[in-house]
Write a protein that binds this ligand. Structure first.
Ligand code: SAM
Length: 436
């Protein structure tokens, strides 16, 4: 029930959250469980949301159902106009499943995604017995310590968590030969948590997106005809959303430091068909106003809207079965976050809007960064967010007032099971640059 193996980190957070009257143990437990709602953003440049829901219902009815005795309801979010909610009928409970069949081990990344409904692809499998054949019944475990080496054949005695039972599509040879199978490896028929599989529902019409991520772009509220910058854009979840809302009019510049992720982002723009008016660049956004950026066509005070969906610790991701992070590593993120925001402030027009977001629950990547920016960029002021569906900012080691905290959106509401609360951990701040 705690993802953190390092007691120093736990004490560090306990102290931090006690200042806001929060028992950190509740956050720890919340982190280990997947959110009970699955959300998909509709690519409204292709279809309206009602038609998309009908299409999704057909996909759900026709495709091979992954979990026995599980049915899902599909509806439109009452406020976020382009978001679809998929919910387990009859309530979301951890299921009592016992391991049955041959033991298969998957890596942590695969295991955590599986708990949110993802498929098990061959690349995620690290261990399987010699006798594994296609159509075998399997019991799937996730290796918690990352010590199960790819190709493991014996029973794995390291720390592992049981995920569920399923049927194998592949033999051991398919998984680990010199030319391994790259497709689906296992279909789960019973899983610890009943999140829906989105197999067959991705593609051009739907983008799987957590509620706060979709919300964050609505808070930015990009309009057709505007000049918009996404400074940390890859793989493009929010940037493709911005482009969709801009309807091909105006210009969106989507930048990311990582070339590999930029290449995935290009594919996403192409797949969703929202490339019109979009320029994609691979560049370190902290250097955008340095001499090294002379080939990058950005001018100071030129953007109507800027999104800084900053690189962060990712500590809000759910589920997190285990997480090794040091205090030193944790303290490195705000350095880049503050630099990015300072560059964003200079690129923003007077009267322009800057949205800052992270998928982390820590105060020093969120409230403390906001406090720093308000102190160091007196041109920026916090503004109310629409829609405001999350909680407010938390008290801590910063100088933000209650009025300012109320303008922030924080998603760490571990004791509410509503669609707007039971999400990944997330944080959003909206600033406006004062008119000169
Ligand atoms: N906005 C993206 C989306 O919705 O799909 C997710 C962005 S992810 C939270 C943060 C991104 O920041 C990563 O893709 C990372 O490569 C990028 N990044 C890290 N440092 C950066 C920098 N100095 N300049 C630009 N991008 C950076």
């Amino acid at each position: 029930k705690t993802p953190f193996s390092d007691h120093n980190i736990v004490h560090f957070f306990e102290r931090q959250f006690s200042k806001s009257g929060i028992d950190f143990k509740q956050i720890e437990q919340w982190l280990t469980i997947p959110p009970r709602f699955t959300t998909l953003r509709v690519n409204t440049s292709r279809k309206n949301v009602d038609e998309a829901i009908e299409q999704l219902k057909v996909i759900f009815a026709n495709k091979c159902r992954r979990l026995s005795n599980t049915h899902y309801s599909i509806s439109k979010h009452p406020i976020i106009s382009d978001l679809i909610i998929i919910e387990v009928e009859g309530g979301f409970k951890c299921r009592e499943v016992l391991p049955e069949g041959k033991e298969v081990i998957v890596d942590l990344r695969c295991g955590q995604s599986v708990l949110r409904g993802a498929e098990i692809y061959a690349a995620g499998v690290v261990g399987a017995p010699n006798s594994l054949k296609s159509d075998d019944k399997v019991a799937v475990f996730v290796d918690i310590d990352g010590k199960c080496l790819r190709g493991w054949k014996r029973r794995y005695e390291g720390r592992k968590v049981f995920l569920g039972n399923g049927v194998s599509f592949v033999s051991r040879r398919d998984l680990f030969s010199d030319c391994p199978n790259k497709g689906l490896a296992i279909e789960l028929t019973d899983c610890l948590y009943p999140c829906p599989s989105l197999y067959g529902s991705k593609g051009a019409l739907f983008y799987p997106q957590n509620l706060p991520s979709a919300l964050c772009v609505h808070v930015l509220n990009p309009q057709p005809g505007e000049f918009v910058l996404d400074m940390c854009a890859a793989p493009g979840g929010k940037a493709t959303h911005i482009a969709t809302l801009m309807k091909g009019k105006g210009q969106l510049i989507a930048i990311d430091k990582s070339e590999a992720r930029v290449s995935v982002m290009r594919d996403n723009f192409e797949k969703l068909g929202v490339e019109e008016g979009v320029k994609i660049l691979s560049f370190d956004a902290t250097l955008l106003l340095n001499e090294s950026s002379e080939n990058i066509p950005l001018k100071k005070c030129s953007f109507d809207k800027i999104l800084v969906d900053a690189p962060c610790s990712g500590l809000g991701q759910r589920p997190q079965l285990t997480r090794d992070i040091t205090i030193k590593a944790l303290q490195s993120y705000p350095v880049t976050q503050k630099l990015l925001l300072k560059v964003a402030e200079r690129l923003l027009k007077p009267g322009g809007i800057l949205v800052y977001s992270t998928c982390s629950f820590t105060l020093h990547e969120n409230e403390e960064v906001v406090d720093y920016i308000l102190t160091n960029c007196p041109n920026l002021e916090l503004k109310p967010q629409y829609p405001h569906l999350g909680g407010t900012g938390l008290k801590g080691d910063h100088k933000l007032t209650t009025e300012q905290l109320n303008l922030l959106q924080r998603f760490t509401n571990f004791d509410s099971y509503s669609v707007n609360d039971d999400t990944i951990g997330f944080f959003i701040a909206k600033f406006e640059k004062k008119l000169a």
